[in-house]
Write a protein that binds this ligand. Structure first.
Ligand code: PMP
Length: 437
């Protein structure tokens, strides 16, 4: 059993570290919808690990595929050579993504996918003689990982305030979506599409010829499940088209079935120029990410004169054989069990369940889409964030894992969840909310 002293070697974000040391919670085993702690307690997983274990934990198909792969070909260098599974995986994946995003760049995480996509955007414009297009635009409340690019375009101010401006020429689209509580009721808010016009203001301010790309999450996950107004993403698409700006959807959370469609782009019926992904790609079993790019972007590199190609990309572990094996096995599970549309099948039950929390003590907003939900609590005026954290601790004590961000509870269970487990999740939260001061 670790003591507070032995917990020091492994870094966790600072506040989490202090809280963790006070109440160490160690997960020792996982199966299906559940974790087991090191002292043998069963925990229902309400957040799919960290929004990633979409097909449920410890799927034998994945374990066996990875172990077979490691015994056959443990590693293949990325440069000048490849291995068959990488090509097979790329071909399977491009069948899943919308539009003509039929080329894949493999990475090892969501953060790397984001940094890769931003780099591709700048290189794409350069390869077409538009070297001045380097400005990047994110969104307030956006989360895009912990790389230099992701932190810069990320819109959660606390995450980047210590670093200042890491990348030059970054702006954030403002919005007020999360200020108007109870605006979400069920599904996407009907109002607020005009917030996309903020992009026109930035275009006028900077000149379109300096702007490389806009990156947004179809729904903002880490900031607390914030849904776009109806038409917002379409409006961004048309403004980007008008000004030759690339539109990137960061689908690290919304990819692989979270909204009841393979990608969020399908759900919102908008085809971006690039999609960044990770998490559900390998069901959380092995680290892997992927960036999907439009044919026109790929062609710009392939057909540019040799000395004009600016893109340098590839990690030691790009398309790692074990990750490819895990991803191929995961895709097969998604296909066989219909998991990429299961969130849509369950959406009515899910929606009714999470909205039953409305009106309970402290709950000021409930929002949902697919198999994801945000339950926003009234912060304690003296100590914001502590109320949701107390709910998290109490839920874990009662055998349910949730995630909190500030005073928002995020739910995003594995897509294999059964209605009776949805009921357990929500009933546990309701009991805790009633008892929380
Ligand atoms: N983008 C989004 C939308 C995410 O939700 C996350 C992780 N929560 C990331 C990027 C970063 O992914 P990773 O932690 O795998 O680097």
């Amino acid at each position: 059993v670790p003591t507070p002293a032995t917990l020091d070697a492994f870094w966790m974000p600072f506040t989490a570290n202090r809280r963790f040391k006070a109440h160490p919670r160690l997960l020792a085993r996982a199966q299906g919808m559940h974790y087991w702690t090191d002292d043998g307690r069963q925990i229902l997983d309400g957040i799919a690990g960290l929004w990633c274990v979409n097909a449920g934990h410890a799927r034998p198909e994945i374990t066996e595929a990875v172990s077979r792969q490691l015994a056959t070909l443990d590693y293949a260098p990325t440069f000048q050579m490849g291995h068959p599974q990488a090509f097979e995986l790329a071909n399977r994946l491009v069948e899943l993504v919308p539009g003509d995003l039929d080329h894949v760049f493999f990475t090892n995480s969501g953060s790397e996918s984001v940094d890769t996509a931003l780099k591709i955007a700048i290189a794409y414009h350069r390869s077409r003689g538009e070297a001045a297009r380097t400005r990047l635009i994110g969104r307030e409340k956006g989360y895009h990982g912990v790389g230099f690019g992701g932190i810069s375009v990320g819109g959660i101010v606390n995450n980047r305030k210590f670093f200042g401006s890491l990348l030059p020429g970054v702006d954030h689209l403002s919005h007020t979506l999360d200020i108007e509580h109870n605006a979400y009721s069920r599904g996407q808010p009907e109002w607020g599409v005009h917030l996309a016009d903020e992009l026109e203001r930035l275009v006028a301010l900077h000149d379109a010829s300096t702007i490389a790309a806009v990156i947004v999450e179809p729904i903002a996950g880490s900031a607390g499940v914030i849904l776009p107004p109806k038409g917002y993403l379409q409006r961004l698409r048309s403004i980007c088209d008008r000004h030759g700006i690339l539109l990137i959807f960061d689908e690290v959370i919304t990819g692989f079935g979270r909204l009841g469609t393979p990608f969020g782009a399908h759900y919102f019926d908008v085809v971006p120029d690039m999609i960044t992904s990770a998490k559900g790609l390998t069901n959380g079993a092995v680290p892997m990410g992927a960036v999907f790019v439009r044919k026109s972007i790929y062609d710009a590199f392939m057909h540019a004169p040799e000395d004009a190609i600016e893109l340098f990309h590839g990690y030691t572990y790009s398309a790692h054989p074990a990750a490819c094996a895990a991803a191929l096995a995961t895709l097969e599970i998604y296909r066989r069990e219909g998991l990429l549309t299961r969130a849509a099948d369950l959406s009515r039950i899910w929606e009714d369940a999470v909205h039953s929390l409305r009106g309970l003590p402290h709950v000021i907003d409930v929002r949902n889409l697919g198999l994801v939900a945000g339950i926003e609590l009234q912060p304690r005026s003296s100590a914001p964030g502590t109320r949701a954290y107390d709910v998290f601790v109490a839920a874990f004590e009662k055998g349910v894992l949730i995630r909190t961000t500030g005073d928002i509870i995020a739910l995003s269970p594995p897509l294999i969840i059964e209605p009776v487990q949805i009921d357990q999740l929500v009933t546990t939260l309701a009991d805790i909310l009633r008892a929380t001061p």
